[in-house]
Design a protein. Structure first.
Length: 217
């Protein structure tokens, strides 16, 4: 694969207002995540997706793209059992999790991708999860283009590293390029579903595309 341009640089701090903080700390998913020891409310997105589309079962090999802070890995560890294999990557570090092989690096870089493949031991995955999202610039068209690009990277990876019949979950944002990206996924999977988990904020354009039944090229 060609060398990719870095899309998610470190060093940026998000600034949240008082209204956002109030909404966050009173969010029932945040409260429940804290109660159950999950690192973020995003855990409940994967739980719902996994149940609805029958994605998670014991013994699977799963790749988690954009894994920080690690809540999806926590859910995977619970659902896959000791025989499951989890390989995760993110530009940001995550606190170690038992049974999770973690690569810190930019998924768009050749060196990080090579490290991820080594952790897979050149085996193929049953499921690829992508919660990748760009740092938002505030320019809607640019942010949407970056989001689609990250989805395409995840699809490209899955097309190469998924077993026949495997599944793919990709975060996406409804807008320009979304329909085209969905059609791209449909060429690689028997079925592609659009899901809006209850834990996704209502005002967000965030959805997840779930590709079921990878059709090997």
């Amino acid at each position: 694969m060609p060398v990719r341009k870095r899309l998610n640089p470190t060093g940026k701090k998000h600034r949240f207002g008082k209204a956002w903080m109030h909404e966050h700390v009173s969010d029932p998913y945040v409260i429940e995540a804290q109660r159950r020891g999950y690192r973020s409310r995003a855990a409940f997105k994967l739980i719902e997706l996994g149940d609805k589309d029958k994605l998670l079962r014991a013994g699977l090999t799963v790749v988690d793209l954009g894994a920080a802070p690690g809540s999806w890995c926590q859910v995977l560890r619970e659902r896959l059992g000791p025989s499951g294999r989890i390989v995760a990557i993110d530009l940001l570090p995550i606190e170690p999790l038992a049974g999770v092989r973690f690569v810190q690096g930019d998924f768009g870089d050749e060196s990080a991708l090579a490290a991820l493949q080594r952790e897979l031991e050149h085996d193929k995955a049953d499921l690829v999860l992508s919660d990748l999202a760009p740092n938002l610039s505030g320019v809607a068209s640019a942010d949407q283009a970056k989001s689609v690009y990250l989805g395409e990277l995840a699809l490209e990876f899955a097309a190469r590293w998924l077993k026949p019949g495997g599944d793919l979950v990709v975060k996406a944002f409804e807008g320009e390029g979304f329909a085209d990206f969905r059609r791209q996924m449909q060429r690689h999977f028997d079925k592609v579903n659009v899901r809006k988990p209850k834990a996704s904020r209502d005002k967000s354009r965030e959805v997840y595309l779930v590709g079921k039944g990878h059709v090997a090229g």
